[in-house]
Design a protein around this ligand. Structure first.
Ligand SMILES: O=C(O)c1ccccc1N[C@@H]1O[C@H](COP(=O)(O)O)[C@@H](O)[C@H]1O
Length: 206
């Protein structure tokens, strides 16, 4: 990859983890506002967002919520971006954009090809079957399907495989949660900084 990847660290719940992500060059930080071991309330997310510089994107993550609920919760959390998992429609993306948010739409790597079409989102996010599970997949499998899109690769990434995943998939960037945790839902600052450094490393020629 010749351009610097766009890197998001997701599932943050402490000031320390937000600060480490920002200091080590994260382009986006994510707060999970849906049922998850990483779930935070919109009020807690707003407290954390207050410590994020404007140059870093703040993302609220949703799965089972309707788009109207997502917009309401994201407004309370004071984020600039909404990330939608689950079954979605082009109208959902339109509603997110019309409400003034940037949009990330998540699809499973094995989704119907029609779901990889451009619905007007800022990034498509291509993930494992179960979001936030730490499950890896064959990142090069969607390379042709996603070619020409602005998209993030996610699912099972860590400092050990992110550079290779970016190279193989030709994604615009990467999103991580489990791979920067010491135990489920608990982020590790050293793993966060290691991931961000590794995501910008060139893959060694083979
Ligand atoms: O992290 C969660 O718990 C979560 C819950 C519901 C929807 C999305 C979630 N996270 C997203 O999953 C991937 C990270 O996966 P991994 O843990 O690194 O394998 C990323 O897109 C998160 O935003």
């Amino acid at each position: 990859m010749s351009q610097k990847p766009f890197v998001k660290v997701c599932g943050l719940s402490t000031e320390t983890d937000v600060a480490v992500s920002v200091e080590h060059g994260a382009d986006a930080v994510g707060f999970v506002l849906t049922k998850s071991p990483r779930e935070v309330s919109p009020q807690r997310a707003a407290e954390l967002v207050a410590g994020v510089p404007e140059t870093v994107a703040t993302v609220a993550v949703f799965r089972s919520e309707t788009v109207d609920q997502a917009i309401q919760l994201a407004t309370e959390a004071k984020v600039g971006w909404i990330q939608l998992h689950g079954h979605r429609t082009p109208e959902d993306v339109k509603a997110v954009k019309a409400a003034g948010f940037h949009a990330i739409r998540a699809v499973r790597m094995d989704a119907d090809h029609s779901e990889f079409e451009d619905w007007g989102e800022d990034f498509l996010l291509i993930d494992a079957a179960v979001p936030g599970s730490g499950e890896s997949w064959d990142y090069k499998a969607v390379r042709e399907l996603a070619a020409g899109r602005r998209w993030l690769v996610a699912g099972g990434l860590s400092a050990q495989n992110v550079a290779e995943a970016l190279e193989e998939s030709q994604a615009t960037g990467a999103d991580v949660s489990s791979g920067v945790e010491s135990s489920r839902g608990v982020k590790d600052p050293e793993l966060i900084s290691g991931f961000l450094d590794a995501s910008r490393a060139e893959t060694p020629a083979v």
